[in-house]
Design a protein around this ligand. Structure first.
Ligand SMILES: [Zn+2]
Length: 498
C-alpha cells in the first residue's frame, strides 16, 4: 500500500546505500537488479514500516552531510578560505578557486551562491537535492575560527547538532595547528583501540560500521585509520582528502637520508585485493606516484620519493605478479604491498617496544610483500643496532676516562677540566649521530647544535643506562686500584714534615 511512497524515499539515496538497507534487512535476491529496478523491488519486498524506512533514509542523508562537512576540513587547514567582506546582509568569501556569496546569513531569508565551477552546487544544491556544497561549511568554520561568528548567538543556516559538532572539530584542529589552543597531547591509546577494533572490518568496506562510528564512508575511514597507524609509527604524514591520486605521503624525516613513501589504500570487500576490476593498476599507481607527487616536488625533495606502498586487507596473486612491471617503469621508485594484518602487527609491536627508527624501518619498503616475519626481523635488527650504538658510546667514554685517569687521579678524585669534559661529551654524542640525534650548525651564528629526537626515548634510555653503567664501573675500578695519596694528604704531610 505504501510502495510508491517507499519508492520516492528510496530514490533519494544512492545505489550503494540502497543495497546496504536490503542487506541489513535480510532481503534476498537484490543483487541482480539495476538501480531503478532495485528501487521497485526493494519498495515492494522490504519488510520495514514506512516511518522506520523514513528514519533510516533521513539518518543516511544526515550522515552524508556530516561527511561532506568533514571533506571541507582540508580547505580550512590549508588556509585557503578567505573572508573578503562581512556584514548582516552579505558575506563574500573565497574557498580555493570558488567564490561564495551568503545573503541574509542566520535569518529565514538566507540563500547562498557558489560560483559556476562547483558541480555540486549546480547539480545538487540548485535542484534542492542537498542543502549545501562542501565549500559552504568551510566558510562557516573559517568565520568561527576568525571569531566573526559565534554559533551560540547566531545559528548558522543548515548547520546544527551533529553537523555543527563536525564544524567545531575542524575549527579546533586549526586552532591546535596554529598553536592558539594548547593541544592536550596525542591520544595514542584511543587511536590504537580504534585501529585494533575496526581496521580489519573497515578494510573490507564495512560501510555500516564506518558510518555509525566515524560518520564517513568505509573508504575514507580506511584511509584515516591507515594514516593513524603510520603516525603511531612516528612517521610524519600528509593526508590527501581528495578522492583522486595518492592517499597518504609518509615522510621518514628522522632517517640520516630522509625518504618519502607514497601510499595507496585499497579496501576490498572480498577481503583480498585483485586487479581484475582495475586493468590499469600499474599505470594508475605510476601516475599517482610520479606525476602527482614526485614531479610536483622541487630539487632534492624529488629524490626523497623512493617507495610506493599499497595497503589492502590482503592481495591476490595477480597483484604480486605486477610488482616488477611497476618497478621497471617507475624511474627507481620501488613498489611494495602491505597487508593490513602486517601493518597492525607492526603498530602493536612498536607501541609495546618503540625501538624502531626511520633509518632501520626503511628496509621494509624494499620488500615486495611485507610479512609479519619481516617485522620480526626488523625488530631483531633494531635491537642489534641499539646494542651496537650503546657499546660504541661506552667505548668512547671508557677510552677517554682511562686516558685521563692514568695521569690525573689520586686516592680520591679523577681530575678533569672543562676542555676535557666538553671533548668527551662531544665524542660520545657523535657516536649517536645521525641515528638518535642530528648534529648541525646554526646558519646565522655558526654555533654548533644538537637536535635530539624525542620519539626515540626508549633508545635513549638504553644508551644512557649503558653509559651510566660504564661510568660507574670505571669509578669502581679506580676506587679499587688507586693507592696514590690525595692532594690534601700530600699537603698535610708536607706541613707536618713527616
Ligand atoms: Zn561549492
Amino acid at each position: 500500500m505504501s510502495s510508491s511512497e517507499k519508492q520516492d524515499l528510496l530514490k533519494t539515496i544512492t545505489m550503494k546505500e540502497l543495497r546496504e538497507i536490503c542487506k541489513v534487512n535480510g532481503l534476498k535476491g537484490y543483487s541482480k537488479y539495476k538501480h531503478n529496478e532495485l528501487i521497485k523491488f526493494a519498495a515492494e519486498n522490504l519488510k520495514i514500516s514506512l516511518p522506520k524506512l523514513k528514519a533510516t533514509v533521513e539518518e543516511l542523508s544526515e550522515q552524508r552531510l556530516v561527511s561532506k562537512i568533514k571533506d571541507s576540513e582540508d580547505y580550512v587547514l590549508r588556509k585557503v578560505v578567505n573572508i573578503e567582506s562581512y556584514d548582516n546582509e552579505l558575506i563574500t568569501a573565497t574557498v580555493g578557486n570558488h567564490k561564495l556569496k551568503l545573503y541574509n546569513f542566520g535569518t529565514e531569508d538566507f540563500s547562498y551562491l557558489c560560483d559556476g565551477k562547483c558541480p555540486e552546487y549546480i547539480y545538487r544544491v540548485k535542484h534542492g537535492r542537498s542543502p549545501f556544497c562542501k565549500h559552504y561549511p568551510a566558510v562557516i568554520a573559517e568565520l568561527i575560527y576568525e571569531e566573526k561568528l559565534d554559533p551560540t548567538l547566531t545559528q548558522p543556516n543548515f548547520i546544527s547538532g551533529q553537523r555543527l559538532e563536525a564544524v567545531q572539530e575542524i575549527v579546533e584542529k586549526r586552532r591546535k595547528e596554529d598553536g592558539i589552543v594548547k593541544s592536550s597531547g596525542r591520544n595514542i591509546e584511543d587511536s590504537l583501540k580504534n585501529i585494533r577494533e575496526d581496521i580489519l572490518e573497515i578494510s573490507c568496506k564495512n560501510d555500516a560500521l564506518a558510518r555509525e562510528k566515524y560518520h564517513e564512508t568505509a573508504e575514507k575511514v580506511f584511509k584515516t585509520l591507515v594514516d593513524e597507524c603510520f603516525q603511531l609509527l612516528e612517521y610524519e604524514t600528509v593526508f590527501n582528502r581528495r578522492n583522486e591520486g595518492w592517499d597518504l605521503l609518509l615522510i621518514g624525516t628522522n632517517a640520516p637520508k630522509p625518504y618519502m613513501v607514497v601510499v595507496n589504500c585499497k579496501p576490498a570487500d572480498s577481503g583480498s585485493y585483485g586487479t581484475h576490476r582495475n586493468p590499469n593498476f600499474v599505470s594508475n599507481l605510476k601516475s599517482q606516484c610520479i606525476d602527482m607527487c614526485k614531479e610536483q616536488l622541487m630539487g632534492v625533495y624529488r629524490d626523497y620519493v623512493k617507495y610506493m606502498v599499497v595497503v589492502a586487507p590482503d592481495f591476490n596473486q595477480d597483484v604480486i605478479q605486477l610488482i616488477p612491471e611497476f618497478n621497471e617503469i617507475s624511474g627507481g621508485v620501488k613498489l611494495s604491498l602491505l597487508p593490513i594484518s602486517t601493518l597492525l602487527y607492526l603498530v602493536e609491536n612498536y607501541r609495546e617496544n618503540p625501538i624502531l627508527t626511520h633509518y632501520n624501518s626503511e628496509c621494509l619498503f624494499k620488500k615486495d610483500i611485507i610479512t609479519t616475519e619481516d617485522v620480526d626481523e626488523l625488530f631483531k635488527k633494531s635491537e642489534e643496532h641499539i646494542e651496537e650504538l650503546t657499546s660504541k658510546a661506552r667505548k668512547v667514554l671508557r677510552d677517554r676516562m682511562t686516558e685521563i685517569s692514568k695521569h690525573n687521579t689520586d686516592s680520591c678524585y679523577i681530575k678533569m677540566d672543562e676542555v676535557f669534559l666538553q671533548r668527551t661529551l662531544e665524542e660520545v654524542i657523535s657516536t649517536l649521530n645521525p641515528y638518535l640525534l642530528k648534529q648541525g650548525m646554526s646558519e646565522f651564528t655558526g654555533v654548533k647544535n644538537v637536535n635530539i629526537n624525542h620519539d626515540y626515548y626508549l633508545l635513549w634510555e638504553r644508551v644512557l643506562k649503558g653509559l651510566t653503567e660504564e661510568f660507574t664501573e670505571i669509578l669502581r675500578e679506580q676506587s679499587l686500584l688507586q693507592i696514590q695519596r690525595s692532594a690534601l694528604k700530600e699537603d698535610v704531610i708536607r706541613y707536618l714534615g713527616i
